[in-house]
Design a protein around this ligand. Sequence first.
Ligand SMILES: [Mg+2]
Length: 262
Amino acid sequence: VTCFDSLIVDLDGVVWREGRIIPENAGPLAKLIRSGTPIVFLTNNSTRERRVYARLLTRALRTPITAEDVVNSGYSAARWLAKRLGPSPVLPVGEEGLAAELALAGHEVLTPGEWQHASAVAVGLDRGLNYRKLAAAHRAISSGAVFVATNRDLTYPVGDGLEPGAGSIVALLEASTGRIPDFDAGKPGEWILGLALERLRARGATRPLVVGDRIDTDIEMAARAGLPSLLLLTGVTSEPPEGLDWAPTLADALAAGAIGPC
Ligand SMILES: [Mg+2]
């Protein structure tokens, strides 16, 4: 039995898939939260700000979730930049959620026309990407701006397959500028995990279990940090490799007694 006093839980492929709630995971999560188990939701998705995720989770789990209990890669990038440079002019390549987290962390959010003033460029998934944004980011990075990737996921799962992820946009800028990112703010890195652990510690928890659907991000992150993990088959992974703790769903893992509170 793997015991835990708290959980670090991925969103896409665990809580929901394509905006559809996965009841076999969401039900047990809601129960755990109501019984007082601290849970941090941790996602590489930077398209929405933490506040928006908190609202969606509150509705999905029918239990109040605050923005402080959500960590995403946009917030992670914004926090890292604040630590490294202090509040700075930052050019985002990303959606609304990335710009919002940069602003909340005290940065000045630049438009493509203002690239000359950028101390840093933060690159996330951007489904409204265009050449003007890429050209501005290329020029700022080439001129020495700090180059931050929100994450390096090359693909982004959608209903019937895969589409390019943030990592593919980062790869384009790597190719054009000849620079590799100064920092990767996403899973499986230790910085973003640190933000989740910081929140759990503040709530008095020290033995988290990492729950996710992706081996190369969720499970890899836990393995690097020496934390226990549980791979669920409700997302992108259908064939669990040998040697990993896995279950079809969170409800199955709890019912089988494979995991339980410490
Ligand atoms: Mg996932």
